[in-house]
Design a binder for this molecule. Sequence first.
Ligand SMILES: NC(=[NH2+])NCCC[C@H](N)C(=O)O
Ligand SMILES: [Mn+2]
Ligand SMILES: [Mn+2]
Length: 361
Amino acid sequence: MCIIPQVMLKSSCLKTCSRFSSNRVLMNLRRSHNKVGVLGVPFDKGQLKGGVGSGPEAFRKLGLIEELRGLGCDVKDFGDVRYEQIEGLTVKNMTALGHVAACQKEVSDSVVRILNEGRMCLTIGGDHTCGIGTIDGHVKAKGNIALLWVDAHADLNTNATSPTGNVHGMPVALLAKELSDYWPYLPGMDWQQPRLSIRNIAYIGLRDIDSYERLVIDKFAITAFGMEDIERYGIIEVTNMALRRIDPNDSLPLHVSFDIDSLDALEAPCTGTPVRGGLTLREGIQIMEESYRTQRLSAVDLVEVNPRLGSPADVRITLEAAKHIIRAAVGYSRRGHSPENVSDLPQQTFHNISTSPHNSK
Ligand SMILES: NC(=[NH2+])NCCC[C@H](N)C(=O)O
Ligand SMILES: [Mn+2]
Ligand SMILES: [Mn+2]
């Protein structure tokens, strides 16, 4: 983004007080008026470490909802998903299927409800198993969608290829149409049909991929940008290449499923499967800013924050990092935003500052 031409353009349209130098510029972007529905998914059964289920609570305590309102969003809090485990569901090398099936069905139904109210759906995890429900709901509500999966991991295992049996490493394989033949019958999961085509899915941030996941990425030519691609092209170019690949006509609702472990473990230490050498917070924010810029960002997941891992300082760093990502997802600009209504400003101080129509969005 080049700032200079805008500054020049704006300075000529602003009337300034005498103290202000002639090129003093007030940022003039309008605050976002996004309608957002927030859904908590305190789900931790997709992996083995306790604590990731208290993610939603930690974000609420941090004041996330108030923060989003403060940014000008019309926020409706849909609370945390509840479910009752289905007893007796077992599939080989797939942990806690009775929890996954019951919870993700509720997640999917809630996402449909939120999107049908005309709100962007912000889902706070929970582990990345949540992506099964959020993306299923998104497709059910909107038809075909484009999916950016921002993650250190591909989460593309089936129960046959998974080295762990943990379902948080499987959601993309459950969602992709082309991979449906690689699954056995999954009891309790009849509500979930693989509806997403691989050509509408792209990864950003990969750096810890299991061997069978690599095989599938290559075999199906899945759009996958690893850290080396970000080093080579830069994050803005990578994000836009990904968006062009998954939605060449700029027409599909966009879903960004953001695993906090996509960020470097120094930027977001409190997560169950941290991997060094990852995205900076700035790069994470840029992915969201580019996604928001499409004007089609319709659902965002923020998952895998585990507030019970690490020191209190680590927890704070991780939650704050996630909060910056979320702010970008609802349209917060690091350039700042001018006040809602200039006529409400103290008259003597600001009486002759007018907003310019050139930079409102
Ligand atoms: N959402 C995550 N953090 N996934 C990590 C997955 C790790 C590993 N690939 C597995 O399948 O178990
Ligand atoms: Mn993940
Ligand atoms: Mn991950």
